[in-house]
Design a protein around this ligand. Sequence first.
Ligand code: F6P
Length: 372
Amino acid sequence: MLRGHAPRAFTLPKKENSMKVALLTSGGDCQGLNPTLRGVAKALYYLVPDVEIYGVENGYKGLIENRIRPMSPSDFSGIVRLGGTILGTSRQPFKTMTTEDGLLSEKAKRIIENYRTNGFDALVVLGGNGTQKTANLLYENGVNVTFLPKTIDNDISGTDLTFGFDSAVAKATDVIDAVHSTAESHGRVFVVELMGHDVGWIALYSGVAGGADIILIPEIPYDTERVLDAVRERNKIGKGFTIIAIAEGAMTKEEHSMKKKERAALTDTAGGRLANSLQEVLRHEDKEVRLVVPGYFLRGGDPTATDRVLCTRLGVKAAELVAERRFGFMVAEVGQDIVVVRLAEVTGVLKRIGANSQFVREAKRIGIVFGD
Ligand code: F6P
């Protein structure tokens, strides 16, 4: 037991043939968590008449501390349009789940122990990359895991889309749209820095959707001179303003060639560094640069309709896997289909944008500059 949290022992004996399923949301939140929980639960209540569903509070932390509550159908009602997560979430980095020798850490052992002593038959995990690594570790150590790909970053391999991404792109596009009019009025350069961790999916999608002139992503290290040239080109053709969508993980070619440690020591964010370098040069050309960082705004508010549909479909598939007692899988969207993928096959594989992918080439065809 940790820091005085009384374990919520389940006094009711398990009904014969019943199934005890624990649900958990972990890592950074996003708009699609609640509709996904709803999809899983509604389909479970439908498929497994005797199912007992439990909610783990605040991600893996709740399993470490045994903070688990029984849920009822009404808990999952009316939440399809709700952002955040009714279960709460936290970050429990994967590196804390193993020891230096690659053995299970105390935290991981506690998770497994609480999973077993509570008599769970399945653990349904909604999370991103780090959460996925822990889910796979737990599965390899006997926990019946079903995994659903959540993240605004869209960086999980094996699925075309992760839930949360579409909603974040919608928010990011709103920001770029709003910035357009003020950029145009003042003839300014606007740098819009967008979340996305080590990948540029949000910047690419919202940049294209919002009509950004320049898109800078981690997958394509950029040359500041190329960015300056693009701004000047626009001036020449009478477009006095420029919108730059930059992913928070984007880097210049020089930064790209640095060692990881050196890069981590860089001050300021990617957008801040770019805005400063541009302003230093452009102030001599009578041009002002402004930085906009929407940050967590992208993760807040309601899920889009597209996300709600994806969440529901993934949730139903996850429930089917649990009902069939097939574990160790991630549910995924591939093309128009919802499919299952072995966790071991996709865990730890970051889904990045191909620098020469069709999408990037199409964006270049309409004149978007990537700074390469
Ligand atoms: O992974 C989602 C994400 O929003 C990233 O885009 C961002 O880099 C990170 O989480 C922020 O993390 P935190 O919520 O821990 O500040």
